[in-house]
Design a protein around this ligand. Structure first.
Ligand code: FAD
Length: 257
């Protein structure tokens, strides 16, 4: 058989277009493929929801690949280990209550499970705006990340979703655009983004779960974005809260809460 470059090109364009077309109207759109977003997409897909994940970077995994300060090991506590166990990621006890796992194994395995469960991940796509109708966020405005990087004057496209998860980490990018452009009152003490506080691992791990919730009609926050939205502290390279937050947001969406 003689390989045809044209067939290769057609195969990529055709397959990608079909995949993308299937995801322009979804049950849940997750913004950010860090640990929280990936775990959320796994549990939602597993529950039969149609899930699309939009990730700005070429690679998925967010801040997980680099462990702490690029030492590529992550730490989880007892509760977080249950999620690693579920995915078959090797976790080794360091001291009672502290477990470590290889950051590369963790990121790649969680991503693989999310995809095999049925989540669709679109990398190199950035969410730059939202669509709002009657006080509810009903969709996302997306563009290719390289378009943003090059500052090109190119219009974006849109996707609609019944639920949106802001799992964009420290910058709460979906909420930031809502706060900037709409009069929507967020379900925080002030109605605005409260902003992340300084490092406090123990408190942050607990608050990450408590703060994982619906933040305005149509939008949930998970992972570091949840703490930044509700004024919780950062926690550094301990990842149990991120993993559990992904699971929690999926449970909330499944329960319609
Ligand atoms: C570059 C970087 C540096 C970090 N530095 C620290 C640190 O110094 N201290 C600390 O405590 N934690 C830091 N973190 C976060 C730390 O790794 C977290 O504890 C953990 O990774 C957070 O998990 P998460 O799933 O909430 O978000 P993240 O792991 O941060 O993942 C969020 C993902 O969302 C994507 N994203 C963001 N905005 C958009 C958008 N508009 N459209 C599409 N995708 C988007 C990002 O590319 C990223 O992949 C850092 C994370 C990153 C990505």
């Amino acid at each position: 058989m003689v390989l045809s470059e044209i067939t290769i090109t057609k195969a990529i364009i055709d397959r990608f277009s079909r995949k993308f077309m299937e995801c322009i109207d979804v049950d849940t759109a997750v913004v950010g493929a860090g640990p929280a977003g990936l775990v959320a997409s796994y549990f939602l897909a597993k529950a039969g929801r149609k899930v699309a994940v939009f990730e700005r970077k070429l690679s998925v995994g967010g801040g997980m690949w680099g462990g702490g300060m690029m030492f590529n090991e992550i730490v989880v506590q007892e509760e977080g280990k249950e999620i690693l166990d579920l995915f078959g990621i090797g976790a080794r006890e360091y001291e009672p209550g502290y477990y470590t796992a290889d950051a590369i194994e963790a990121a790649s395995t969680i991503c693989s499970h999310a995809m095999k469960a049925g989540a669709r991940i679109f990398n190199c796509m950035s969410v730059e705006d939202v669509m709002i109708r009657e006080g509810r966020v009903i969709g996302l405005v997306i563009t290719w990340s390289p378009v943003q990087m090059a500052g090109l004057h190119v219009d974006p496209l849109t996707v609609t979703a019944k639920n949106i998860v802001d799992a964009t980490g420290h910058d709460t990018e979906v909420l930031a655009v809502i706060a900037r452009k709409a009069d929507i009152h967020l379900f925080t003490d002030t109605g605005k983004i409260l902003g992340e506080r300084s490092m406090w691992a123990e408190k942050a791990e607990r608050l990450t779960l408590e703060n994982t919730k619906r933040i305005c009609p149509g939008v949930y926050v998970a992972g570091m974005s949840a703490n930044a939205a509700f004024g919780g502290p950062r926690m550094g390279p301990i990842f149990g809260g991120m993993l559990l937050s992904g699971k929690r947001v999926a449970e909330l969406i499944a329960a319609g809460r």
